[in-house]
Write a protein that binds this ligand. Structure first.
Ligand SMILES: Nc1ncnc2c1ncn2[C@@H]1O[C@H](COP(=O)(O)OP(=O)(O)OP(=O)(O)O)[C@@H](O)[C@H]1O
Length: 301
């Protein structure tokens, strides 16, 4: 389990992280979103021990991460900007990883050649950006980490490779309970992978929820009534409207609540049309965050 408690980190007079608390259970996939400069990379780097927090703690498997070699051997961090030693081939880099990560699995490394199809003797720094990212995943997955921390991981990968990498990640989570933390601006991508989502805003974790709760909690309702109906029935039912819009004869509501309860509330008014639809994760965030006063539109793409 990853456990971050009251973490603070500043760069000179800039507070990049303010009292961040996060718990990530073993075998889960946690998605971290936030606007540019929100502190995501700082959080990831502090979590893996690249930075030391100013206050608070970062524990993995119950131990402080900073300068802890035993813990670092179980954790792989793929940063947004990749680094490989000059003139190292994939094979050279694999040898290096083999020395550092005790769980390195040579059979897996050979098997993953089929997925990545890159010549192991090629100088990595001469490969394309997307191919270098493939190498980073190839090495990471062959190291069999218990924890995989990813900063904008799928950037630069083509759509087929994105899907392949996602499948490989899901396989490791399902088969050997790998724990994954992904920082990304792409909510659509996170929607496929994550079970919990956290939003970091100006160094503070402002929202954290399980994806299923998030999605089952908020609904899009399209309704048309025979005649004008006052909104009083919603107030009386104490239903929480996050957004309301009139589109010709159809009224659109974004509402929080249980689907059956909402259906009952609207059905009482005997509407001509009633559709209760699920929201995409992106829509959930736009409306949820709008409700608490943040311009989420700037956070996601
Ligand atoms: N090494 C550093 N020295 C000084 N300031 C830094 C350093 N690293 C990050 N910062 C500052 O800390 C804040 C958080 O930066 P960070 O890179 O963690 O944000 P981010 O959420 O990853 O942003 P992005 O989505 O743009 O990658 C920013 O204001 C940034 O300028």
């Amino acid at each position: 389990m990853i456990e971050i408690k009251d973490l603070n980190k500043s760069f000179e007079d800039l507070a990049a992280l303010k009292n961040v608390n996060i718990k990530i259970q073993k075998g889960s996939v946690y998605g971290l979103v936030g606007s540019n400069g929100a502190g995501k990379t700082t959080l990831l780097k502090t979590m893996v021990g690249v930075y030391q927090g100013d206050q608070g703690t970062c524990y993995i498997d119950g131990q402080e991460v900073f300068e802890n070699v035993a813990i670092k051997a179980k954790v792989i961090f793929i940063p947004d900007t990749l680094y490989f030693f000059p003139n190292y081939s994939v094979r050279d880099m694999a040898k290096y990883y083999k020395n550092i990560y005790p769980a390195w699995n040579e059979v897996r490394f050979e098997k993953l050649k089929e997925a990545f199809d890159i010549d192991v003797n090629k100088n990595i720094n001469r490969l394309s950006k997307g191919m270098q990212r493939q190498v980073a995943f190839w090495l990471a997955l062959s190291s069999m980490p218990d924890y995989l921390i990813l900063d904008e991981p799928l950037d630069g990968l083509d759509p087929v490779m994105r899907q392949k990498v996602k499948n490989l990640l899901i396989q490791d989570v399902a088969e050997r309970q790998m724990t994954v933390l992904i920082s990304s601006h792409n909510l659509r991508e996170l929607e496929d992978l994550c079970d919990t989502i956290g939003i970091l805003h100006k160094g503070t974790l402002i929202l954290e929820k399980e994806l299923d709760d998030l999605k089952s909690d908020v609904h899009k309702i399209q309704v048309a009534f025979k005649e004008e109906v006052s909104g009083e029935f919603l107030a009386n039912a104490q239903a929480q409207v996050l957004y309301e819009e009139i589109r010709g004869s159809v009224r659109l509501f974004i509402m929080r609540g249980n689907k059956d309860d909402l259906t009952r509330i609207f059905a009482k008014q005997q509407p001509l049309v009633l559709d209760i639809l699920p929201l995409t994760l992106e829509e959930v965030f736009i409306y949820e965050m709008g409700g608490i006063g943040y311009a989420i539109e700037n956070i996601i793409i």
